[in-house]
Design a protein around this ligand. Structure first.
Ligand code: CP
Ligand code: NVA
Length: 318
């Protein structure tokens, strides 16, 4: 059984983390996403490659973009999605994760999960004989950053010769962004306060990709000085609510605002995975200015995930 990331050419195609996936597989997903997006834009429909298929969606945390975009993606592909909360299935309490994975595999054609522990997703993938997708864990958010790459490529025309500066918490989104930059050859800069950096072991793993250009600093101005893309995320991720007061103080100098944007090149765009806490990690001015691409970025969640689902359960690889 194929338990982790794999090329779509054989076995089931789990989508758990960026690092470890062949670049060609990720490129293929982006190409399919572009094609399905163009098809939907021009005709108002996609081919029903998932007709009769069902996606199980397990959510241990809240969601707007991820839940709706996965569900709409299945609808556009002619299939259906079922939203499941852990309270209903008692994941890990009423029933073990491996047993739930085996049972869902008997009913559904694919599983996606948003969890606290990353290992829950790894276990689902291990014990399911259907493809499993990471829809965000405490470790990573690979669907988000693939939609981000699609957005960056749409804006700049290519992924070559670009610098992405992430300002804020060295969290799940930052980790997946770093991995995506390593695989696709973008320079990655991160400004994070001491104690909130990306883990050294994760940086080391990404650095195993030849040519990866990584720099970390505590100074947001330095991080964005040569940035084509300025990216941020919440300072308080889901599950960290008890740390909120402390984090608000520590992260104050890391806000994306007009002053920080003026320290970047004049063409730099602003990205945020959303939800944004306006006036906290990003000002209204930065969210709403003409080089903010946050809503294009949000919409692309639909197009990337449609491609992922199509490849996992519908389309045969080219
Ligand atoms: N960016 C993102 O994953 O948003 P949701 O938490 O609303 O799904
Ligand atoms: N880092 C955030 C991302 C939300 C999409 C969180 O985990 O809550």
């Amino acid at each position: 059984m194929n338990q982790t990331n794999s090329a779509p050419s054989g076995g089931k195609f789990d989508f758990i983390d960026i690092l470890g996936m062949p670049r060609a597989t990720l490129e293929h997903l982006l190409a399919v996403a572009q094609r399905l997006k163009a098809q939907y834009r021009s005709t108002g429909r996609n081919d029903p490659v998932a007709a009769g298929k069902t996606l199980a969606m397990i959510f241990e945390k809240p969601s707007l973009r991820t839940r709706v975009s996965f569900e709409v993606a299945m609808t556009h592909l002619g299939g259906a999605a079922i939203y499941i909360t852990p309270g209903e299935i008692g994941l890990g309490t009423r029933e073990s994760v491996p047993d739930a994975a085996r049972v869902l595999s008997g009913f559904c054609d694919a599983i996606m999960a948003r969890t606290f522990a990353h290992d829950t997703i790894v276990q689902l993938a291990r014990f399911s004989n259907r493809p499993v997708t990471n829809a965000l864990s405490d470790r990573s958010h690979p669907c988000q950053v693939m939609a981000d790459l699609l957005t960056i490529r749409e804006h700049f025309g290519s992924l070559s010769d670009l610098t992405l500066a992430y300002v804020g918490d060295g969290n799940n989104v930052a980790r997946s962004l770093m991995e995506a930059c390593a695989v696709f050859g973008l320079k990655f800069r991160i400004a994070a306060p001491v104690g909130y950096e990306l883990h050294a072991s994760d940086v080391q793993a990404a650095s195993s990709i030849p040519g990866f250009d990584f720099q970390a600093t505590t100074d947001p101005m330095a991080a964005v000085a040569a940035a084509d893309i300025i990216y941020t995320d919440t300072w308080v991720s889901m599950g960290q609510e008890t740390e909120k007061a402390q984090r608000m103080k520590i992260f104050t100098p890391y806000q994306i605002n007009a002053k920080l944007i003026s320290a970047a090149p004049a063409h730099a765009v602003v990205m945020h995975c959303l939800p944004a806490y306006r006036g906290v990690e990003i000002t209204d001015e930065a969210m709403d200015f003409d080089r903010s691409i946050v809503f294009q970025q949000a919409e692309n969640r639909l197009h990337f995930q449609k491609a992922l689902l199509a490849v996992q359960i519908g389309l045969r690889p080219d």
